[in-house]
Design a protein around this ligand. Structure first.
Ligand code: CP
Ligand code: NVA
Length: 314
């Protein structure tokens, strides 16, 4: 799992990085958040560790949180960013990701990619000579998991002792929660309809690495006595339209509403990476209610990105 010496420090997936390193990234994120509490967002951090560094951010798919949190995070650390949407690049005209990686590596100090196919991330990594950060693919969303663990611990203490229930399709965000179960030690119960079951290879890897993971089709069984219920959009950015109608049918029993929340612990919290579709995967009552951590998760994307950036580039 350790990356070879002299290789760039890529942040690609939660299962690719030692648990101690992941904990260190969170410790650094928390320390930076505390140190700048109450300061204007435009202020830089005191130590400016990324002065002179430039992060290129490639967006093949849209983003609000990932885009802005990495941009502001780099500024607060003293660095700069370049945003490259897919139509800004020559990719659409046939230039390969491999050549894009070779060229960008001559200009910038790190590259973040949000894309559809995980294979595109792998092509970038294979040819980049600078650190690469996975800003979401169809397979995983590791930066989100870091912010989510940080947020849960702020509200409920050490995640190691907690039971987390996922209710919905077994998608990219679910895979990062599965990886995290092995690395951070929480119990994870995934309630997913069979056609949208979570990544079997991720579950296998996590169990082989000590994770306590249950996969069920029953949302009620998964949430019973849980500390936290997590959900995500029924249709992800990479899902095609044809899949969408069917997902809306089979995911109805997995909606997180007050009735489902009532079956978790009385003080259980709700998490969602956003963007949310009120009335689909979660009701407005829950996402906008007092037990929702969604807005703290969104804020912590900023702090967690800074932990990731300093780890990759420090
Ligand atoms: N949660 C998340 O990644 O949001 P964006 O798609 O807006 O970046
Ligand atoms: N599963 C969602 C997460 C969005 C942040 C998607 O991939 O669209």
């Amino acid at each position: 799992m350790n990356q070879a010496k002299n290789q760039p420090r890529h942040f690609l997936d939660i299962d690719q990085i030692d648990a101690g390193e992941l904990r260190g990234i969170l410790d650094s994120a928390k320390a930076r958040k505390e140190a700048r509490a109450g300061q204007p967002r435009g202020n830089t951090d005191g130590d400016l560790p990324l002065t002179g560094k430039v992060l290129a951010m490639i967006f093949i798919q849209p983003s609000t949180r990932t885009r802005v949190s990495f941009d502001i995070g780099m500024r607060q650390l003293g660095g700069e960013t370049i945003v490259l949407n897919s139509d800004d690049l020559q990719l659409d005209r046939g230039e390969t990701m491999a050549d894009t990686a070779r060229v960008l590596s001559r200009y910038v100090d790190a590259i973040m990619l949000r894309t559809k196919g995980h294979d595109m991330l792998e092509e970038l990594v294979a040819h980049a000579t600078v650190p690469v950060i996975n800003g979401l693919t169809d397979a995983s969303h590791p930066c989100q998991l870091m912010a989510d663990v940080m947020t849960l611990e702020e509200h409920r203490g050490d995640v190691n002792n907690q039971v987390i229930a996922w209710s919905g399709g077994g998608n990219n965000v679910a895979t990062s929660w599965i990886h995290g179960a092995a690395q951070f030690g929480y119990e994870l119960r995934l309630a997913c309809p069979e056609p949208l079951s979570p990544s079997a290879s991720a579950v296998r890897w996590a169990r082989d690495n000590g994770a306590n993971i249950t996969v069920t089709e029953s949302a009620q069984d998964a949430v019973s006595g849980a500390d936290c219920i997590v959900s995500d959009a029924w249709v992800s950015m990479h899902d095609d339209d044809e899949a969408a109608g069917n997902r809306h049918n089979i995911l109805v029993p997995y909606q997180v509403n007050e009735e489902l929340m009532a079956q978790a612990k009385s003080d259980a919290v709700f998490m969602h990476c956003l963007p949310v579709h009120r009335g689909e995967e979660v009701t407005a009552e829950v996402i906008d209610g007092p037990r929702s951590l969604a807005w703290d998760e969104a804020e912590n994307r900023l702090h967690a990105q800074k932990g990731i950036l300093t780890w990759c580039l420090g």
